[in-house]
Design a protein around this ligand. Structure first.
Ligand SMILES: Nc1ncnc2c1ncn2[C@@H]1O[C@H](COP(=O)(O)OP(=O)(O)OP(=O)(O)O)[C@@H](O)[C@H]1O
Ligand SMILES: [Mg+2]
Length: 380
């Protein structure tokens, strides 16, 4: 608690553009201060963001200069006033180098291509419209599959509401800081991993509202020493709302992998996910059907409890690649929940083979991504 008080005292000396002490402006989120790591966000009207960026910088500097603070991450987010129309783009750091050039915008949003992350060849999102379909499980095992193909891989947990990577990869340590303002990702299974969950206590309630998410994500992308990566796999939060759309727009994505269960309902959500990425001209690398079928661990008999095959049909219908089927399997669940992803602990098993095959298709898709603009426009 003492550290939090010291931080708030330090913030009291930082003034808003109107000259008020920052804690008195009503723009601060709860300040999270644990083990010398401090994290909070400042939320202002979307139109005010430019004016507030120097305040964010001063706040971060003031926190960093507070004794006992080893690192500080201050997110600045623009919030849309109620009824103010579509979400305005949140703040972005000045683009150092535009990698990959502008994407074609056939009737889509005229959003500029976000700047790439120096040293990172390709960033892909693992997403779905619906929660609990297995995005995070797929993201981790896909990342491991890509690693097994000889690629240098990173994982960014973009699910700021319910980060999964601390649990899925059994990561309890905190990231170290480099030079006071950059974070070192955690190394696990030969991959670089970053999650907001590494900076906060597991029980801390997630207080971020939609628009606040983005600048935290931007900072995890840009203020983390990712090094040289062939692929960064981004585990997206569920849904296709404004927050996800903005994220899809602001993260320099080379492609998206959609995870769906075979049920119709989940497929409707998957369709929404695909439509969302197409709106922002991110190529959809394909659909993974998760919990596709159930293989009895005792007799080996396979049953299609959710009416397997739905995602494959849907992929054909929407003209996106079908990447593979992952069975519903107790081992996947138990091992994931214990922080032991199946591709890492049973690399010769059936499941690892399935994920590696998916990884190969993703890699092939990436090699072709960006060549052709998507032809089909589907309604969300
Ligand atoms: N193929 C599978 N077989 C068995 N269990 C699975 C499988 N895939 C995922 N699970 C389990 O389902 C639960 C939800 O998975 P996961 O957290 O990956 O979903 P998610 O889509 O990321 O969820 P959220 O929307 O909350 O982020 C977890 O307990 C996970 O272990
Ligand atoms: Mg998840």
């Amino acid at each position: 608690m003492a550290l939090k008080d010291d931080v708030l005292a330090a913030l009291g000396k930082v003034s808003s553009p109107d000259g008020k002490p920052l804690p008195a402006t009503g723009t601060l989120s709860d300040v999270i201060a644990t083990d010398g790591k401090v994290f909070f966000s400042i939320t202002v009207d979307a139109g005010e963001v430019k004016r507030w960026e120097p305040v964010r910088e001063r706040a971060e500097a003031a926190v960093r200069a507070t004794p006992g603070v080893s690192s500080a991450l201050v997110a600045l987010t623009g919030e849309r006033a109620p009824g103010a129309g579509p979400a305005s783009a949140p703040p972005r750091r000045p683009a150092a180098a535009q990698q990959g050039g502008a994407r074609p915008q056939p009737g889509g949003h005229a959003a500029p291509t976000p700047a790439g992350i120096p040293g990172v060849e390709a960033i892909i999102a693992v997403a779905s419209g619906k929660g609990g379909v297995g995005k995070s499980t797929t993201a981790v095992n896909l990342a491991l599959g890509l690693r097994d193909l000889g690629l240098k891989v990173g994982i960014l947990d973009a699910d700021i509401y319910g980060p999964s990577m601390p649990k899925l990869l059994a990561i309890r340590e905190r990231p170290q800081t480099i030079g006071g303002n950059r974070l070192k990702p955690i190394a696990r299974h030969g991959m670089a991993v970053m999650s907001i969950g590494f900076l906060i206590e597991e029980e801390t309630p997630m207080i971020w509202r939609g628009p606040m998410v983005m600048s935290a994500i931007t900072q995890m992308l840009r203020d983390v020493e990712w090094g040289t990566l062939d692929v960064m796999v981004v585990d997206m939060p569920p849904g296709t709302g404004d927050a996800q759309l903005t994220m899809a727009q602001q993260v320099p994505l080379k492609g998206a992998v959609i995870v769906s269960t075979p049920q119709d309902l989940a497929l409707i959500d998957a369709r929404r996910g695909i439509a969302m990425f197409r709106r922002v001209n991110v190529p959809v690398l394909g659909i993974v059907e998760n919990m596709s079928y159930f293989q009895c661990p005792h007799c080996g008999e396979r049953s299609d409890i959710f009416g397997h095959g739905g995602a494959r049909h849907e992929a054909e219908r929407l003209d996106v690649p079908f990447l593979g089927e992952v069975p519903l399997d107790m081992e996947i669940r138990e091992k994931s929940d214990a922080g032991l992803p199946v591709v890492a602990i049973a690399p010769d098993g059936e499941h690892a083979k399935i994920y590696r095959a998916i990884a190969e298709r993703v890699r092939a898709g990436l090699a072709g991504a960006g060549r052709a603009a998507p032809k089909i426009v589907i309604e969300a």
